[in-house]
Design a protein. Sequence first.
Length: 148
Amino acid sequence: MKFIKKHMSLVIAIVIFILVFVGFLILKNVFFPSEAKAIYGDRLEGRDKVEISDATKNKVKDKLKEKTSKVEVRVAGKIIYIDMTVTGDVNVATAKDLANQALDEFSDKEKSFYDIQAIISSDTNTTQFPIIGYKHHGKTAYVWTKDR
């Protein structure tokens, strides 16, 4: 007790420092609540068990190269994007069939984990393209944008 009375200013400074520090932590958690959390939260849990390999991406590209001028397969989060540019002689029905052929290259496990989006454009200037197809991981087929 004598120590506290003798060093009263030091004790007050330490108490004020602790209160300011605790106040800072509280304000930090109020203004930045999810700083340590991942951007996608826990939605990507299990993604490391169902990884899309480069070999699978290359199989998709090889399957589609006959009627396309450019194919790109990329993964972002839990969505596989298949961007393809079809040649001028390909109609909408054939383009949709190409997207279904690309879907065949993925395993059932991959199709049931990832959503797949096919973005199809044409290298010629037609009003039918671009079209976009989306397959939810719980569904078996694409849902397409309305035909123009």
